[in-house]
Design a protein around this ligand. Structure first.
Ligand SMILES: O=C(O)/C=C/c1cccc(O)c1O
Ligand SMILES: [Fe+2]
Length: 318
């Protein structure tokens, strides 16, 4: 069956701390193109790879990967809250293939997800319940992280499993590219923050509002040049986009976790979701990137990219 891909950056600062109108118009046009691409492809299933940001997954139990057969969006930053429309049978089929391939992914019948998943689904297909979905969490925030090669292998295996589903599958990656928003690191956090990172479920409205306001303010300061967060790295971002477009994904295996952070900030690990999505596409045959958008957008604290791709054997006719 045909398969396709859309990989995108997310940022909850969109609409809260906006750049010049020209930039907004360019991003809107890129999302319009991506939405048309997806509507033309008409997926039966979306397999979305996304991170969490201490809203659904915490240090009390932190798997490198988790496949959701059921998922609940927590609704942070005003994103759509509630259950996603998860295809349980597809999730269980994919999980069996991933475990049989020797990748020890966790499995959840009620995975809690945040803006990493919800914003992407809302922007690409209008809602967290518009298209049946298999959500796959990839830890991209809470160190220690495994080697990025395991992410590519996860994506490859998911791609092979999806190929057996007899469905038109869209692979989505959500996050990145280079960016270093003020998300706490466990080892450098005070005890009170560590407690939230271990089990910060169900914060009060006031706690969630204060946390979100801190990030929004950081975005304002970053755009004004007064923030102390790591600069975006457009050069690194473009290099990554070129490798993903080339299909030669193995060369990323040699990138160490420290190098990601040095080059592109702590949250650059979110590009693991892109690597997994492209590896899943690659498992279905040679592909071509059909659109690629990139802007460094400090107001949103993101090297912001949106790409679409299609295997050469796929086409948009049903
Ligand atoms: O509030 C958070 O936890 C993260 C916000 C954020 C900001 C900018 C880019 C991203 O990818 C984010 O998740
Ligand atoms: Fe993020």
């Amino acid at each position: 069956m045909p398969v396709a891909l859309c990989a995108m950056s997310h940022s909850p600062l969109m609409g809260r701390n906006d750049p010049d109108q020209e930039v907004i118009d360019a991003v809107d046009a890129a999302f319009d193109h991506a939405r048309r691409f997806i509507a033309d492809f008409a997926p039966d299933l979306i397999v979305i790879f996304a991170p969490d940001h201490y809203n659904g997954v915490f240090y009390d139990l932190l798997p490198p990967f988790c496949i959701g057969a059921g998922a609940q969006s927590v609704g942070d930053y005003g994103t759509e809250a509630g259950p996603l429309d998860v295809d349980r049978d597809a999730a269980r089929t994919i999980t069996r293939e991933v475990l049989d391939s020797g990748i020890d992914a966790a499995f959840s019948e009620r995975m809690h997800v945040d803006h990493g998943f919800a914003q992407a689904l809302q922007l690409l297909v209008g809602s967290i319940i518009a298209v049946p979905t298999v959500p796959i969490f990839i830890n991209s925030v809470a160190e220690p992280l495994g080697p990025v090669s395991r992410v590519r292998l996860l994506g490859e295996t998911v791609g092979r499993a999806a190929n057996k589903l007899d469905k038109r599958v869209l692979f989505v990656g959500s996050g990145g590219l280079s960016h270093d928003p003020p998300i706490p690191q466990f080892t450098s956090s005070p005890e009170q923050v560590r407690e939230r990172l271990i089990d910060g479920r169900n914060p009060s409205d006031a706690e969630r509002k204060a946390r979100e306001q801190r990030v929004i303010t950081a975005g304002r300061d970053f755009a004004a040049g007064t923030a102390t967060i790591q600069p975006l790295n457009p050069h690194w971002d473009q290099h990554l986009l070129e490798i993903l477009a080339s299909g030669e994904l193995e060369q990323i295996d040699t990138w160490t976790n420290d190098w990601f952070v040095e080059q592109a900030g702590h949250s650059s690990h979110e590009v693991r979701t892109w690597i997994a999505a492209y590896a899943a596409l690659h498992a279905n045959g040679p592909y071509q990137v059909t659109s690629s958008f990139y802007r460094a957008i400090p107001e949103w604290i993101a090297g912001f990219a949106i790409t679409t791709a299609l295997t050469l054997s796929s086409n948009h006719t049903k």
